[in-house]
Design a protein around this ligand. Structure first.
Ligand code: FES
Ligand SMILES: [Fe+2]
Length: 426
């Protein structure tokens, strides 16, 4: 057993997290996982869901918030709420369905029913509680702070703390970027979800999402099927694409720098001619004017991790829901652009090929994460390295950092914020 990690003892984050390496126990320890839930997923801002999932009044969706279940609702007056999915009578889970609609949420245990703001509306045979029974204090308990930015809904179980805008900081640009790719200015997660249960720590998955180093190897079979491996790797090494640390734990692979260099639109959707998507291109031109539409269609979508659990995965949204130190549920939804119908059909087909359980890309990433999880439990070696590009990354006046496509600036961004949050006791 390492001197740095003793099972059952409080983790010593100061010595487990360094700028250039992190200790393997952080991926396997139950104590660490407990601290992450309390200090990060509950105390901070966590992504819950998207406004488009409750697009109409009297609709709702159940979501995990850390290890707890919450209900994202839109009340009949149009307001959004995030409520604890736990009956105030005897603790039953009120809603089981992932999505639904109706003006009332009725508990199946004894039939209490609530409106979509959480107010307790009816109690069967309420006279049994006596004349002074007061329903007003028995509504579903709201999560104390809920806020949304650009349609993305976040919640915090802490009554006080920084605002969502402060938490998102420069990372807001990624949400603006995906919305700005829609002729209608917004996206919808209306095409369903894929869910995968992965036997790996949630951090393995987040770190992989913004890793610009692994692709030639992890995805080698796909690359070899398409083009010559050697030239692909060479192109990545000399690519003008960058990685960026936005601060607050958010980071990205910025493919736009590469796309701008090449100069043509739609490289991010399989590098097709504009004539393949006439409806989308015309709608973008009409919405933004030719020059601005062209700029947006060259830059494409973000490839950005929003700390701690949301990934804007180009034309998909991915959410990482931790289950335990060694298990995670990974959720993927294709991004449907408002006003982009012909592109949306293409996005669906590309998503099926790339990111599903039988897809060409994410299945490879998940297999690597699961294998790394198994060996992270080995006692030796103790460290995972994060040093690539440390000597050469640029720190800018606004605090953001950039480095080459294959540098580990993005992983360092995650761990810097992690240490500030999980590493600090309540
Ligand atoms: S536990 Fe919900 S009505 Fe009794
Ligand atoms: Fe990958």
């Amino acid at each position: 057993m390492s001197a740095l990690y003793q099972r059952g003892a409080s983790p010593d984050y100061e010595n487990l997290i360094h700028v250039d390496r992190v200790h393997a126990s952080l991926y396997v320890s139950d104590e660490v996982f407990h601290d992450e839930m309390e200090r990060l997923f509950y105390r901070g801002w966590t992504y819950v869901g998207h406004e488009s999932e409750v697009a109409v009044p009297n609709s709702y969706a159940t979501k995990p918030l850390g290890l707890q279940s919450v209900i994202l609702t839109r009340h009949e007056d149009g307001s959004l709420h995030v409520l604890h999915n736990r009956c105030t009578h005897r603790a039953a889970r009120v809603v089981d369905a992932e999505q639904g609609s109706g003006a009332r949420l009725q508990c199946r245990y004894h039939g209490w029913s609530f409106n979509l703001r959480g107010d307790l509306m009816t109690v069967p045979s309420a006279e049994g509680y006596g004349a002074n029974f007061d329903k007003s204090g028995l509504g579903l308990v709201p999560v104390p702070r809920v806020a949304s930015y650009g349609g993305f809904v976040f919640a915090s179980m802490a009554r006080t703390g920084i605002t969502l805008e402060e938490h998102l900081g420069a990372g807001r640009a990624a949400i603006d970027q995906i919305n700005g790719l829609a002729p209608g200015g917004s996206i919808a997660l209306s095409a369903g979800w894929m869910k995968q249960r992965i036997k790996a720590n949630w951090k393995m998955i987040i770190e992989n999402q913004v890793d610009g180093y692994h692709a030639p190897f992890t995805h080698g079979s796909l690359i070899r099927a398409n083009r010559r491996f050697g030239s692909y790797r060479d192109r990545r090494e000399s690519s003008p694409a960058k990685v960026r640390d936005f601060g607050m734990g958010h980071s990205e692979i910025d493919h736009a720098s590469d796309y701008r260099d090449k100069g043509n639109t739609l490289r991010w959707s399989g590098n097709i001619e504009e004539s393949r998507l006439p409806g989308y291109v015309a709608a973008m031109n009409a919405a933004y004017g030719f020059d601005e539409a062209r700029r947006r269609m060259i830059d494409g979508p973000p490839h950005t991790a929003i700390f701690p659990n949301l990934f804007l995965a180009e034309m998909a949204i991915m959410v990482v829901n931790p289950v335990s130190a060694g298990e995670t549920i990974h959720i993927t939804a294709p991004v449907m652009l408002k006003g982009g119908d012909d592109l949306n059909i293409r996005t669906l087909r590309r998503g099926e090929g790339a990111v599903g359980p039988a897809g060409f890309i994410i299945a490879d990433d998940i297999e690597l994460s699961e294998l790394a999880q198994v060996s992270a439990a080995n006692e030796q070696p103790e460290w995972l390295l994060l040093a690539r590009g440390l000597h050469s990354e640029q720190v800018h006046a606004d605090g953001t950092r950039t480095a080459g496509l294959m540098d580990e600036t993005t992983q360092r961004a995650f761990w810097r914020q992690y240490k500030k949050t999980v590493g600090v006791p309540s």
